[in-house]
Write a protein that binds this ligand. Sequence first.
Ligand code: UGB
Length: 598
Amino acid sequence: RKNLHLLSSEQLELAKMLIEMGQSHLFEHWPEPGIDDEEKRALFDQLARLNSSYPGGLKSYIETARELLADSKAGKNPFDGFTPSVPTGEALSFGDDIFMNYEQAGIREARNAAFVLVAGGLGERLGYNGIKVALPAETSIGTCFLQHYIESILALQDASCRLAQGECQKEIPFVIMTSDDTHSRTLELLESNFYFGMKPTQVELLKQEKVACLDDNDARLALDPKNKYRIQTKPHGHGDVHSLLYSSGLLKIWHDAGLKWVLFFQDTNGLLFKAIPASLGVSAAKQYHVNSLAVPRKAKEAIGGITKLTHTDGRSMVINVEYNQLDPLLRATGFPDGDANCETGFSPFPGNINQLIFELDPYIEDLKKTGGAIKEFVNPKYKDASKTSFKSSTRLECMMQDYPKTLPPNARVGFTVIDTWLAYAPVKNNPEDAAKVPKGNPYHSATSGEMAIYRANSLILKKAGVQVDDPVQQVFNGQEVEVWPRIAWKPKWGLTFSEIKNKVGGSCSISQKSTMVIKGRNVSLQDLSLDGTLIVDSVDGAEVKVRGSVKNKGWMLENVDNKDNSVPEEIRIRGFKINKIEQLEKKYSEPGKFCLEP
Ligand code: UGB
């Protein structure tokens, strides 16, 4: 009470509310006025931020936490009354007519889309010291994930506007959700690289705030053990993206600009944009309010399962069930083997890759009701079976894919299953953990993420008629992977299968030891026989035809030790580096027609 004069009237209101909500422990230890006054004010500044950044404020946070903690203590099943079953969705087959039609439709729609990258996570499982979007997606071209995403969006924008035959001036908006852990480094990466060619006004960073940690089942806010004038905080999860988009006013701006779609994606999937055109086409054709991209899932793989949940009262929904909840849910509802593969060798539940496509108008209508608040969960680690105290403080969390849980039953919620090789190769696991992944399950490491890009590009060119040699098996960082020819291209070279097919002619072949890097838009391959390394770069106005035989010593992959600190971390975590022995490299800086025939 003696400290009251230190607080503003707003802070006094907040203090009163907190005391009423059983949080007096936050101030009980305060010494006499005159001691630590600045720190006391700093605590209230932080409390005010925590209060204003959570929908409904700290009161609502504490109330929800108490409810969820009581449910958790009582062992309440979050799926009470629901029975899971395998849902039906659209399954695409790369390169067939249906796929190509969807791709065309998707390209047409792209100019009416906005993209949202959730990149607030530090990636504790990966253990990388930088931000994950700064990691190279692959090391032959060497572009980082963020650059790859921006170039993919720009390529989509360009392709979409070309289809509109010059009547289109639209710039696709790109939002990045950051957090205190990633914000300044993301901004610095963008600024020091001139936004990788995107207009700075096209990019918007929205920073999510962390939420208060909780010490016990009464949801007493946790003081930082190292600073008794600070509340301990932790990330709230990627679900924050919805309330941030709503409160930023961006959704209304997009609506007024005539946009129709919002696409959400995660930080380290180098394949994703190969699947975007077709899946956006599916959303448009099926008029889905929500479309989740999915891939065949291996049982126990750390990706959620898309599941149909039917309640005893008749309600049903198609929703992601997170990987740690799927097994207990199945066991409790008549599937004694739990999360197991079926006769196909995969789980019957498609795997959620958390690439979500929303139709903008219904999304806005729903958020007007909810403010973007997403159903939360809590996952306390209890000290013992009495469940009365925690090993360490906990907090509420939310996931962006839980958005459909608040939708009315008539909402059109669907999903699109795409081949894993084409759509999904995230970089999430550190080398040690990846090496322990059960055989046959994906590693989700920097090594497998890079190899997956080469494999996808090889398979796409094969399908387009190129004779691409089979891969060899190699072990890097304890992980056995298929090593295909290192084929990499900039997104503007080919976003859709029909575009790529049109750039490949005659009888082309690429040997396994080869590397091919295409950086220009108008580069075509005609009767090319590649056995070595070929790099072609060109300005947009240059039309380059590559033909004939290219043979040189090429680039070799050399093992590096993950523990060798003399090697940069982003290379070490792959377990290999590229030894560039010999290559044919050509750059065309002027417009015109050219033939590269060695
Ligand atoms: N992220 C944020 O932006 N803020 C946060 O507070 C936390 C994360 P993880 P996880 O498709 O691969 C998700 O940690 O736990 C960003 C789905 O829930 O990689 O592996 C972060 O930067 C799961 O259903 O997610 O699980 C990153 O971009 C499954 O689909 C993204 O959120 C799985 O991803 C995901 O963070 C998958």
